[in-house]
Write a protein that binds this ligand. Structure first.
Ligand code: ADE
Length: 256
């Protein structure tokens, strides 16, 4: 669906090994390049040149990885795929969220600047470019419509995560260097950012670097937990069994 305007590769990131493992298995002619304690997998996916990399967790790790993708691999755009904790009762485990706006919820340079504003950039919410929104919306809607859960996931996994037909959400995503795992943390974020659908640890950092270098970006998240006292429960299993499979479906449709 993305229009190939140049031979520049597309950068694809996930924060954890399990999140990108499925994509790596689908790649062809893979060449490994080691830079800055990361392995960049250069190759072809769905007949497109891509560079796939594990960013590691958190805003600094994600920002430095995106910088390397831009400067060392000259990517033409960036796609981040991973998981997030829900901040809304109606956004359920297994749902997919496409970020339209992203904010860093732990940025606070007040009283020098308003809380949450990125210093000297005058930006609080980063916006996903329109074209990327349109392409990703179509691709993810297809993933949801075609999601044959019983082909993609075992009955045991569906039951364990109490998953039914997933929903697709578009809206605000907030990022910070915190795994949100208590009711009080969650409540505070909900009060401060009532429009946010979910919380994660990298998206708004990726958006900031892409904004600064004018590189189009797309941030896709599968809801893995409810960002409360049970959020670490079964987290690794969810990533391996559910999120990595959704990532493959989403990216394949986006690149097709
Ligand atoms: N990513 C997935 N779940 C999360 C949570 N509860 N907090 C922050 N990032 C997450």
């Amino acid at each position: 669906m993305l229009t190939e305007v140049s031979s520049a590769p597309i950068g694809i990131l996930g924060a954890m090994k399990e999140e990108v493992a499925g994509l790596l298995a689908c790649m062809e002619s893979v060449r490994e390049v080691h830079v800055g304690m990361r392995t960049f997998y250069c190759g072809r996916l769905m007949n497109r040149e891509v560079v796939l990399v594990i960013s590691r967790i958190g805003k600094v790790a994600a920002a430095s990885t995106v910088s390397a993708l831009i400067h060392q691999f000259q990517v033409s755009e960036v796609i981040f795929t991973g998981v997030a904790g829900s901040l809304r009762p109606e956004v359920k485990v297994g749902d997919i969220v496409l970020a339209k706006r992203l904010l860093q919820h732990d940025m606070d340079a007040s009283p020098l600047m308003p809380r949450f504003e990125i210093p000297l950039l005058d930006i609080t919410w980063f916006l996903t470019p329109d074209l990327q929104m349109q392409q990703a919306e179509k691709a993810l809607q297809d993933v949801i419509n075609d999601a044959d859960h019983h082909r993609l996931l075992t009955d045991e996994v569906l039951q364990r995560f109490q998953m039914t037909q997933p929903s697709f959400w578009i809206g605000d995503v907030i990022s910070g260097d915190q795994f949100v795992s208590s009711h009080s943390q969650k409540k505070e974020l909900q009060q401060l950012h009532p429009t946010a659908l979910c919380v994660e640890m990298e998206g708004a950092a990726v958006a900031q670097i892409c904004y600064e270098y004018q590189i189009p970006f797309t941030i896709i998240r599968t809801i893995s937990d409810n960002a409360d006292d049970h959020s670490e429960f079964d987290f690794p299993l969810f990533i391996k069994e559910v999120a990595s499979r959704y990532s493959v479906e989403a990216i394949r449709r986006l690149l097709a």
